[in-house]
Design a protein around this ligand. Structure first.
Ligand code: AKG
Length: 314
């Protein structure tokens, strides 16, 4: 609010939490405060009008890009992932691709490499990658699944590339952060994966992520039966049919942490690029035993929607 050339900013607890999260991530306090205020203002700002695309809006939708439809919420709950089209504007996408090129200057694979190639820059290290999450609607959309202000920005990024020709014949999913861990180490769980497609992956075998839909619920059921400490290897469940996630450059993937997944084949002509962020609800780490038994633990807004899924699973 502007009054006599003075701007009054109410420093709410979200700003304080954001400052704490950012300073833990290594930013100086001044930079952290500046970013936290900008982020708070961004969240408080009314949504800019967005031209609706024919056929992509329903009565539950306030705006194509800022609000998930009830159908999308249900799809996430039931199948464990959704792809939201056109979340990243072309200039942000181009800058992110340049940041990937920059990382490749120092972390390139060997000449002639075929298969996956991962790089893990810190959040602070490549601001043009962080911008995918911070300067688009992506984080707001992700928080519709967990609650407004529930999550914190991650400290690390993953650049996932697949150099052709590569055929993945493992036929098995994994869950991040727990398999092959030592029993006395906590698993590196998180709440959800936010994936940004930097290349088109709308055909099969273009490096698409493999997912086994609905396994977040099956895994939780397994850990309820066997106890959370059984999370040292892949749960013995009956696998559903595998799917390839199809998306175009600029689209956003939101995937429940517990959905089984794996690197996909790339038999196309070009290198596949995706950027991932592992997002957590605040206080998540202390609750890993609960979250792997209760798939809705971190997803408060979904709980009223999921009782039918739970009842069907009984
Ligand atoms: O290559 C991908 O997109 C998946 C990578 C993956 O499975 C992982 O990092 O856990």
């Amino acid at each position: 609010m502007a009054e006599n050339n003075t701007i009054t900013i109410r420093v709410d607890d979200r700003i304080e939490k954001a400052i704490a999260a950012l300073t833990r991530g290594g930013a100086s306090a001044t930079v952290a405060i500046e970013r936290a205020i900008l982020e708070s203002a961004r969240r408080a700002a009314p949504a800019p009008p967005i031209a609706a695309k024919p056929g992509s809006i329903d009565s539950q939708t306030l705006s194509v890009q800022r609000k998930l439809t009830r159908e999308q919420l249900l799809q996430f709950a039931e199948r464990g992932y959704i792809v939201i089209p056109d979340v990243v504007p072309p200039d942000v996408l181009a800058a992110a691709n340049k940041a990937v090129d920059n990382q490749l200057r120092t972390h390139s694979p060997e000449e002639g490499h075929a298969g996956p190639h991962f790089m893990f820059p810190l959040w602070e290290e490549e601001p043009d990658l962080a911008a995918l999450l911070r300067d688009t609607e992506a984080f707001t959309l992700a928080e519709e699944l967990t609650g407004d202000g529930a999550m914190e920005y991650p400290w690390q990024t993953q650049i996932a590339m697949t150099y052709p020709p590569y055929t993945d014949d493992r036929g098995m999913p994994h869950i991040d952060g727990g398999m092959r861990r030592k029993a006395d180490e906590p698993p590196r769980t998180f709440t959800m994966l936010a994936g940004f497609f930097l290349t088109d992956q709308d055909g099969d075998d273009t490096g698409n992520l493999y997912v086994w839909p609905g396994t977040h619920r099956q895994h939780a059921e397994y850990f309820r039966a066997h106890g959370p400490d059984a999370f040292t290897s892949y749960p013995d469940i009956e696998l559903p049919e595998r799917e390839q996630v199809r998306a175009r450059a600029g689209d956003l993937l939101l995937k429940h942490y517990m959905v089984g997944h794996n690197v996909g084949s790339n038999t196309s002509d070009s290198v596949r690029r995706t950027v991932y962020f592992r997002l957590k609800v605040r206080g998540h780490d202390a609750t890993w035993r609960q979250i792997i038994q209760d798939p809705w633990h971190d997803f408060t807004p979904l709980r009223p929607l999921v009782s039918s899924l739970e009842n069907n699973a009984e």
